[in-house]
Structure formats: C-alpha cells, structure tokens
Design a protein around this ligand. Structure first.
Ligand SMILES: Cc1ncc(C[n+]2csc(CCOP(=O)(O)OP(=O)(O)O)c2C)c(N)n1
Length: 568
C-alpha cells in the first residue's frame, strides 16, 4: 500500500522525484488545487511571473543553460493559451520543458465552460507530447512519461493538462523506480552506435579524406549533445574550417583559427562564398533551415553533404544528403575521430581567406552595435551568457560578439520569437547563479515582455538588460527600406523613458547616447548586484549587412544599401 495523495500532491511529488526544484508559473481557478499543495513541498521553488508567456520562455532559458528540465505552470483558458508561443519557441529549438496546465473539471469539459480551452488541440503541433489526464490513478505515470519524452532523444516541450477535479481526487501513490537515462533532471545519454551507423561513419571518413574544399557546419545539436570537444578535435585533425549557425554559436570558439563565422541570410560573405565553393559539407546537429541555406536549389551546388543528426526526420528534409548518419552527435563524431586520417587543408583555407571582405555595416555614429558588443564583452568577460531577442541587434550580436565559452549564446532561432530575451534571461540567471547574464533586445522586443522586471525584482534575479533603441522595429524597417521603397509602414515605434521605467521598478537604469559613456556605464551596470537596465541610443537607420534577399541563393548577397533604398 502506498500513501493516499491528491492529484495536486502527486504532481508535486513526481516533480521532486524527477529532480525538479524550480518552476515558473501563474495561478488561476483551474490550477488552484496544485497551488494549494505547493507550500507543503518547499523543495519546489515557484517563481510568479507577470505573464504566462514569460513562464514558458524562462523555463526554456533555464533548460538551455542548465541542460535540465524547465517547468512552467498555468491555469486553463487564457493561462494555457499564453503559454503557446513559449512552447512553440522551445519546440523549434529543441528545448526540454514541461508545461502543467489546469483544466476545468471533467463534467464541464466540452460545454464551453468558463476558461475552458482545448489546450491539447492547441499544443499538439508545438510539443513532443501533450496529454490530458482524466483519471488520477494515471497521473504520476503520465507525468513521468512526459518528462522522459521531453528529455530523451531530441529534446522538446511536453504538456500535461489536469482537470481541477483530478487535482482534488485522491489515490494510492507509489514511488517509481529510478530511470536509467535521467539523473537529477540532467540528460545523461549513453549511446550505442549500430554496425550500420559504424559503416556509414567509415564512408564519411573516406569522403573526409578525399575532399579538397571541405567545411564543417555545426548547429544547436552540438551544444545539446555537449559535443564541443569532439567537434573541435574533428576540426583540428582535418584542418576543416568550421561554420556555426545562429544556434550553433558558442559551440566552437569564435577565436579559433579554424572558425569562419555564421552562414545564411545575414552570414558573412566569405562564409557563404565558402559554402558555394565547397565540395564537402559535414553538417553536425543542424537542420539546414531556410535562413541558413537561402534558396535550397542554389545551396552549395558543388558539395556532397554528410549530415549527422539525432533526429532521422531531419536527414534529407531541407537539402539532399549524400550520407545521412542518425545518432547522437557526440557519439558519432567521437567514432568518426577514430576513423579519419589526420590531414590539412591549407590551400582551401587560403582560398577562403581571399573571400574575406571588409564589413559593410552602415554605422555612422561612434555608438555602433560593434562598439557596444565589444564593450560588453570586454567588461563582462568570458563567464557571461548573452541572451538575445529577435531582429537586427540579434544579428549584430551573433556576428560581432566573440564567444569563447560553450553555450554562452542563447537566442530564439527557429521561431524567432520577439519578447524571448528578457524572460529567458531570467531562466539562464537561475541556471547559472553568480555568473553575469545579459539580455540584449531591441526597443520592440523589449516592450513585449518588459513586465518581467517586476519578477526579477521580487525574486532577486540579477539580469542586466541592454536595449538597442533605434526607434524602429529595425529588422522589418530594413526589409521595407530594401524591398518596399522605404515605406515604413507600422515600424516606427515609440518607447517610454527607460531610465524612468527602471526607476519605477526600483532598479538601476542608464541611457547611453555617447560612446564616451559606454564603458563606464556597462561596468556600472555589470557591477550592480540586482537587475539593471541600459538603453543604448543607436543610429535609427543602421542596417545589417550583408543580406541575402528572401528567396535568393547564398551567391547573391546585398552588401550595401541598394539603389533607391538609400537613406536621406
Ligand atoms: C512575436 C513576434 N512578432 C513579430 C515578429 C516579426 N519581427 C521580426 S524582427 C522584428 C523587428 C524587431 O524590432 P526590435 O525589437 O526593435 O529590434 P531591432 O530589429 O530594431 O534590433 C519584427 C517585428 C517576430 N519575430 N516576433
């Protein structure tokens, strides 16, 4: 006989037993029984956010930075729907989070009850698993399964919906046996490669030995699999230059002589040219998304592609693959290291060197994004994590910030969710206590979730927030300038006085309008114990160059403002 526990108590017990100690959430009528049980489980820290979307992003940021499960909680109806963007964001970027939602009592389901929403229907396409528990006797098992699904294989979000009466129902509770692959919430995979996979790895080694113009292209999978060392050895033993996608940034040191940069729509010209000239691309833990490939018909026209990924459905999905190797990238690359013959690629690296051109950013003033990112790097140092939002600033930081530490760059890559940075940075800060965490946003994205400053204050979460204020929804304005004759429709955006806003929240705040204030202000903010905010007033119509126009191939970059689109 186990103990008699309510559904709400079972939720708490299972979370604790699975190694969870932190969750982000917001209460409401349908989840009240859970919140009523929570104070009896002091091992579970709950952080009250100001919007459920932020709970999902914070859980996501925590998961990305810690490798552990992120957990978020919401009530039925509007609470649950507010989670959806955060779940979709985590889904696109393979981040393991568990969402728990309250639901109206079972007898009310299907009757348009107050705050009833079909959250399962809403979230099935943006989760790995989404399940409504209709009997308390299955609750513990379903939550354990959901947690396993979130973390096993390619990670991603899961959702458990619990009707209010199921939270109140009592049942006999049995503690589960230990799981084999998860300990303390951290994914610890042990991967055995099949003979077939080993055979493919031998073939890959052969292609690697023969290539004249090879590249390694790495994505988020390298970070998720903790395969930094293996990838670095692969690069160093072959002399192959390494390209990092947006989510692959900080999977390989930027300062390494073999590091080339970021590919794709805003990738450096020499990186995209190298891709277009390559005869072999070894893609590791990435999905060749359209922002990376441009028009796939013209992508890497001379290259054979070896694609290593944990998810079989990624192989051949976006680009035709010569050799697809399905497996954990750490295990596969490690095996590959034993199969390759060490070599060099000096003539090819020299050729790529000749592709490098001067940057053509359009910064006029001294307070350029380049100067700001360099200053933040110099002040905050290697131990910091940068969490970016979506837009021009995201691209500037991706290209200009010299990341050395593994997994120190966190951003919403797949969904491109504005409003991600501030709440995700809260999650990162709790995953990495004592380390500097900077959220960098544009003035648009910052205003999407700035309410979370209140959460930071209440919970003493020391995120430093940098706002690149250009007075526009900059990235959309740039498209309007280049492709829509400068019709700035709905992109000028007014901002409040951010220094006063900081004051209203009781945190330190500065406005930097002059480059001479930059270093000292960043240092002051970084040294401030709690949350702090800096508004960087940057040039309004600065653009991100180069840019591959939507639908074009990587061979067709715009490197300066197109005729007719120039500024007055
Ligand atoms: C939630 C959401 N809505 C709309 C967009 C479309 N979008 C992409 S970038 C961008 C502009 C971002 O402006 P801002 O936050 O000021 O950053 P900037 O580009 O100026 O650096 C917009 C509107 C988006 N990515 N996410």
């Amino acid at each position: 006989m186990g103990e008699q526990l309510s559904g709400a108590q079972i939720l708490c017990r299972v979370l604790l037993e699975e190694g969870v100690d932190l969750m982000w959430g917001y209460p409401g009528g349908a989840i009240i029984p859970f919140y009523n049980a929570l104070p009896d489980y002091p091992g579970l820290r709950h952080i009250l956010v100001r919007h459920e979307q932020a709970a999902a992003h914070a859980a996501d940021g925590y998961a990305r930075a810690s490798g552990r499960l992120g957990v978020c909680v919401a009530t039925s109806g509007p609470g649950a729907t507010n989670l959806v963007t955060g779940l979709a964001t985590a889904h696109m970027d393979s981040s393991p989070i568990l969402a728990i939602t309250g639901q109206v009592p079972r007898p009310m389901i299907g009757r348009d009850a107050f705050q009833e929403t079909d959250v399962i229907g809403l979230t099935l396409p943006v989760t790995k698993y989404s399940h409504q528990v209709t009997d308390v006797s299955e609750l513990a098992q379903r939550v354990r399964e959901a947690i396993a699904i979130a973390q096993d294989g390619r990670p991603g979000p899961v959702l458990i919906d619990v009707p209010k009466d199921v939270q109140n129902q009592k049942t006999d509770y049995q503690v589960a046996g230990a799981r084999s692959q998860v300990s303390g919430g951290v994914r610890e995979g042990t991967w055995n490669l099949t003979p077939d996979t080993r055979h493919l790895i031998q073939q890959a080694a052969k292609l690697i030995g023969e290539a004249q113009r090879p590249l390694i292209m790495i994505g988020h999978g390298v970070i998720l699999a903790n395969a930094y060392g293996e990838v670095r050895q692969l690069a160093e033993r072959t002399g192959f230059p390494v390209i990092t996608t947006l989510l692959g940034i900080s999977g390989f040191p930027e300062s390494h002589p073999l590091h080339l940069g970021m590919p794709g729509m805003h990738g450096e010209v020499h990186v995209n040219r190298a891709i277009q000239h390559a005869d072999l691309i070894v893609g590791v833990g990435l999905r060749f998304d359209d922002r990376v490939t441009g028009n796939t018909a013209g992508f890497a026209p001379h290259a054979k592609i070896i694609h290593v990924d944990l998810d079989a459905s990624e192989i051949g999905k976006n680009v035709p693959t010569t050799l697809g190797i399905v497996g954990d990238v750490k295990a596969v690359v490690s095996d590959l290291l034993g199969a390759i013959v060490p070599r060099r690629c000096d003539p090819w690296r020299e050729e790529i060197g000749s592709f490098v051109r001067q940057r053509h950013e359009s910064f006029r003033g001294d307070l350029s994004p380049e100067h700001i990112t360099a200053t933040i790097h110099n002040v905050v140092g290697e131990r910091s994590t940068i969490v970016t939002d979506v837009g021009q600033h995201q691209m500037w930081v991706a290209k200009l910030y010299p990341y050395r530490r593994p997994n120190s760059h966190i951003t919403s890559g797949g969904l491109g969710t504005m409003g991600f940075s501030v709440p995700a940075a809260m999650g990162v800060a709790l995953a990495r206590p004592g380390e500097p965490v900077w959220s960098i946003s544009g003035d648009g994205g910052f205003q999407m979730n700035l309410q979370e400053i209140a959460t930071m204050v209440q919970e003493k979460i020391p995120v430093k927030m940098g706002i690149f204020n250009n007075g526009y929804l900059g990235m959309v304005r740039q498209w309007q300038q280049f492709f829509h004759e400068r019709r700035y429709s709905a992109t000028p955006i007014w901002s409040p006085d951010y220094v006063k806003l900081a004051e209203a929240y009781g945190i330190a705040g500065w406005r930097v309008e002059d480059a001479r204030q930059l270093r000292e202000t960043v240092a002051q903010a970084n040294a401030t114990p709690g949350p702090a905010l800096i508004e960087f007033v940057i040039e309004q119509e600065a653009n991100v160059f180069p840019m591959i126009p939507p639908g074009a191939s990587l061979s067709e970059p715009i490197e300066a403002e197109p005729a007719g689109a120039s500024r007055t």
